[in-house]
Design a protein around this ligand. Sequence first.
Ligand code: SF4
Length: 73
Amino acid sequence: MSAMKVVANLEICQGHARCAQICPELFTTDVEQGKVVLRQVQIPADLEEQARLAVANCPEGALRLARNSGSGS
Ligand code: SF4
């Protein structure tokens, strides 16, 4: 497991689904709401690079990575 998690700001997400195209393991979109849905918050280590790419390519800046605080919580 990576030490990172993903955080989405649904206020500014516009549902482009670019994140879901780049990293479908972590992101999908709610068709009705037109918003991103996180499949999992914790980022598996092998998906960290893809997650970074998805965050960097969100046109709205609605995604960010955050470091997990502590361990086991
Ligand atoms: S790319 Fe950004 S704005 Fe588009 S669905 Fe994903 S989080 Fe939302």
